[in-house]
Structures are given as C-alpha cells and as structure tokens.
Design a protein around this ligand. Structure first.
Ligand SMILES: [Zn+2]
Length: 218
C-alpha cells in the first residue's frame, strides 16, 4: 500500500498541499478524492490560528490530464471558527496556488490552458486542448485569456466594445473604448469575435469586456 501511495503522490505532485484519499478510475475520467490537511489556519479577520471545524463543503475542480484522460478532483474543504473573543467569525480555508477562489479548475490547469490560448486563437485552441483531454468551451478559453496576468502597458481595465454599421455598403467596424475614461482605444475593421480575441491577446490586462453597454464577458 505504501508503494501505491508513493505512486499517487508522484502522479499528483501538483496537489501536494492536499491529502489524497482515493483515486477512482471511471473510464473516461479519473476521479481524485482529497481533503485539506488537519492543520491550523489563520483567521483572515484577526490572524489567530484555529482548527475548530464549523462545517465542511466539497469543491469539484478539473485538474491537468493524466494518462490522456480528464482528471476531476473532489476536495473536502473546512469552514473554521475563529476562537478570538469578539471576532467569532467563521471562515473558509483557502488553498492559493492550488485552488483559486471561484475557479472550477486547479491553478496549474488554468496555467496550461493559458499557454495554449495565448498561442492559438479561438476554435484552434479549443481543438488542441480537447486532443489533450482538456475540455473547455470557447467562452472559457476567452475568459482564461482575459485572466492572464501580463499587464505590460496601460490597457483599460474595463473595455467597452461597440459595433458600428458603416453606412456605405453595410460594412462594420468594432470600436474599443476604455469604459472608465471613455477614451477610444482602437478601431478594428469588421465585427468578428476572433478579431477581438486576437486584440485581447496582444493587449493583456483587460478585466471586463462589455459589448454595447451590456456585459458580454465578465
Ligand atoms: Zn478571528
């Protein structure tokens, strides 16, 4: 059994901060059951350490593929009680670098998707990822692209995208506007999503894209 544990620890080394309790072969995908270690965690309110459990919840996230198959990790995470008098709050333990808040993928899977979508636009990136047993929608690919932390020059935080029909011959233009300063940033010919994607790829740092005033991608 010790050898099996070592094998699991080697294959899932990126999940080392977690305690892996079981690995289940489900055919098309591999299910990893894990929990956080029994250790003290600092309260985000007052900094005092606590391991008093208030309750548990389960997070299910996708991880990098193994054996050409998808990997899903089901992690039991604790909600702890702060024991400081007057603080008394409960808080959920965080796993930065492994599970980021509100994410449905492990940090290392998101990094891998980021590498692919930065190089390959739109459907090409999604197809390559699918061949690598990483299933993402184009919408997700675009969201990952938007989340790449590479601000090199001033790029608007909130980008407004307006489509304009140019009157002659029904041609279209896409105008990119900084939604906060209302400055025009760029004008692209046409109104295809691919064009916007490649512009975003060349100008990382945009956090929110709104289209014609409504939030198309948040
Ligand atoms: Zn506290």
């Amino acid at each position: 059994m010790r050898e099996a544990d070592e094998l699991v620890a080697t294959v899932f080394s990126g999940l080392a901060p977690l305690v892996i309790e079981d690995v289940i072969d489900e055919g098309a995908r591999i299910l990893v059951l894990a929990r956080t270690p029994h250790q003290m965690v600092a309260c985000p309110g007052c900094g005092a350490l606590s391991e008093r459990v208030h309750g548990y919840h389960v997070r299910t996230v996708a991880d990098v593929p193994v054996d050409g198959r998808r990997v899903v990790v089901r992690v039991r995470v604790r909600r702890l009680v702060c024991l400081t008098r007057g603080c008394r709050q409960t808080f959920r333990e965080q796993l930065p670098g492994v599970l980021e808040r509100y994410q449905r993928r492990t940090a290392r899977l998101t990094r891998q998707i980021g590498v692919v979508v930065r190089e390959l636009a739109g459907r090409a990136g999604v197809r390559v990822l699918s061949a690598l047993a990483v299933l993402v929608s184009r919408h997700t690919a675009l969201r990952v692209l938007l989340g790449l932390p590479l601000p090199r020059r001033p790029v608007p935080r909130v980008l407004r995208v307006d489509d304009f029909a140019l009157k002659r011959r029904c041609r279209y233009a896409t105008v990119l506007i900084d939604a906060e300063t209302r400055q025009c940033i760029d004008v692209l010919p046409g109104r295809r999503v691919e064009m916007l994607e490649s512009w975003l790829r060349e100008h990382p740092g945009v956090e929110v894209v709104t289209r014609d005033g409504s939030a198309a991608y948040a």
